[in-house]
Design a protein around this ligand. Structure first.
Ligand SMILES: [Zn+2]
Length: 283
């Protein structure tokens, strides 16, 4: 494996017609992948896909955007049998430790996530304070679940780094999260990056880096040892494929840009990020 896409959703509905081709195309290009669950159904299907391939792993968890009914619901995510006919399905879910316990022992499950705080996507029709309280409770619940099973965590954090940092710190101070984890799709400041570094957290960078000059400036100041690469496929496609569906093989464009920003070779970024990903997820 030359590279590992540390965060994709290659088991989502967006790949229903060619999932195996997409996975094989990436593996043939030397790109392994961690396919990330976002709710009960997609946590299970992530494992089902990972079972089929060497160098494909899965995570299980409940994304904050699935805690409440929402309008932006993503058609590309769920299996067809879960789609309501004629209208958009906006089911809300709570984290159910009993359910996730049935998945956790699978050898291909390498982390808990993605979960965390998303203050950006708070549905307009709901009480903001309540939504945030619910997100924090679900996050704390999944942090202690990860501690209990000694797994690293995959954190989704949008516009909430202060609160997210405090939740992680509190769990670590309790003696939990010994495997730490990754702040996926990191878009914070240099200061945010330093604080996460103090906690022993890794930062995941994806196609946003190719669009955001601001993030590029931040990344120049982040040590390469703290970085892993990801696509978040099917979303956030980098150039030259921007506007099309993303896939794990395109993670090379992220590694290439990081190499340019740090004035090092592509191989150095590939080696370092692959090693960091392997260590973090014990793969
Ligand atoms: Zn994701």
């Amino acid at each position: 494996m030359k590279l590992i896409d540390s965060h994709c959703h290659v088991h989502f509905q967006a790949y229903k017609d060619d999932m195996d081709e997409v996975v094989k195309r990436s593996l043939d290009a030397g790109v392994g992948m961690i396919t990330v669950g976002t709710q009960s159904s997609t946590s299970k299907t992530a494992i089902e896909l990972a079972e089929k391939y060497e160098n494909v792993w899965a995570t299980i968890g409940l994304h904050p955007n699935h805690l409440h009914k929402q309008e932006f619901f993503d058609e590309d995510e769920l299996p067809p049998e879960e789609k309501a006919t004629g209208k958009i399905k906006t089911r809300a879910e709570a984290f159910d430790p009993e359910y996730y316990r049935t998945l956790i022992d699978h050898p291909k499950v390498v982390a808990i996530g993605e979960f965390g705080l998303d203050y950006y996507r708070v549905p307009d029709h709901l009480d903001r304070d309540q939504v945030i309280a619910d997100q924090e409770a679900s996050c704390a619940q999944q942090l202690s679940f990860a501690s209990e099973f000694d797994k690293p965590v995959v954190i989704h954090c949008r516009d909430a780094h202060e609160a997210q940092y405090e939740l992680l710190k509190a769990e670590i101070e309790k003696g939990g999260l010994t495997k730490r984890g990754v702040i996926h799709s990191f878009t914070g400041s240099v200061e945010d990056a330093r604080r996460y570094e103090e906690l022993g957290f890794i930062l995941g960078l994806n196609g946003i880096l190719t669009f955001s000059k601001e993030l590029q400036a931040v990344v120049k100041d982040i040590p390469l040892e703290q970085i892993v690469v990801e696509t978040d496929a099917p979303y956030l496609t980098p150039p030259p494929y921007r506007g099309k569906r993303n896939e794990p093989a395109y993670v090379k464009f992220i590694a290439k840009l990081i190499a340019e920003l740090h004035h090092v070779s592509f191989d150095e970024v590939a080696d370092l990020t692959t090693n960091t990903t392997k260590t973090l997820f014990s793969i």
